[in-house]
Design a protein around this ligand. Structure first.
Ligand SMILES: [Zn+2]
Length: 116
């Protein structure tokens, strides 16, 4: 097997593992009457939560310091909050996602209705 083929098969295994993980998370969420939402994490670690400025220069290792407004935070926590906020924006803007809950989970949803 050549290097390119090997890389291709590693990627296929890695993609399959990710898909498996996503399915498992969606299943566990539905089982508890919750919804798992996939969020694009693009730029979340370099986007300022205060002014929205996106710049790699905002990062200094674990520190996030906005090069425009000076906002600072722990970079990982800031990125996690940005991803949380993106999910909330998605939920508030589009309630159609509720229809993707499998029918067998509907009773749980009614009993413990809670998105997060
Ligand atoms: Zn800023």
């Amino acid at each position: 097997m050549g290097n390119l083929e090997k890389r291709g098969s590693h990627r296929a295994i890695s993609d399959a593992a990710w898909n498996e993980l996503i399915l498992k998370i969606e299943y566990l969420a539905a089982k508890q009457g919750k919804v798992a939402i996939k969020i694009n994490p693009k730029h979340s670690s370099v986007e300022c939560r205060n002014c929205g400025h996106i710049d790699r220069e905002n990062r200094d290792g674990e520190k996030f310091i906005c090069s425009v407004c000076g906002f600072f935070a722990h970079a990982d926590i800031s990125a996690a909050k940005t991803i949380r906020d993106r999910s909330l924006e998605m939920v508030r803007g589009d309630t159609a996602y509720l229809r993707v809950i499998p029918l067998n989970a509907q009773n749980n949803v009614r009993r413990n209705h809670r998105v997060f």
